[in-house]
Design a protein around this ligand. Sequence first.
Ligand SMILES: [Zn+2]
Length: 185
Amino acid sequence: MALTLFTRRRASVEPPAVEPKPWPETGETWMPEGVTVVERYYNLGNAVVLVHHSGGYHVVSCLGCHYEATRVEAVYSSMLLLGQAAELANTHAAGCRALPREIPARPDDQAARDLLHTLVLDMRKRAEGEHLYLYQLDTQRLVLQRTNDWIVRELKSLADTEPEVLTVSVDAWGTSFYLPRLAKS
Ligand SMILES: [Zn+2]
């Protein structure tokens, strides 16, 4: 009998559930300026793989590793339509083990302007005497985080101040930019 005095009722309190700490930012809700995110996938490390566009073609960007795709590999010249981008994103997500990396912070105007300037100078080296199209900046849009209007405005201003780097023409078709041929040194 006495034994029952010492028999405690088993506490019915469950041990506190261990809540996994969420990653500070995995990209599930990230809406960078100037970019429309149309699909998101999880990779094996819980990083988000985005399908996004800036009004033109689609881009696949992994927020774990730095994988980015703008073209169908088998057809190098073919830019991505939504279905193709979704397929690439899904395939990448299924094989990528990278953990979520830090989401790039939105640069201030001067930093975004400097980056754009650098990108244009770099394009000029690669593509002498050619048009510059906004989609050529597609893979930089998650870093730039600016609208098309902002970019066009800044490109016009760059063309005004450095016509040897970039020229602009406005006609019935719209605004177009041109990278002049580099002078042979
Ligand atoms: Zn990846």
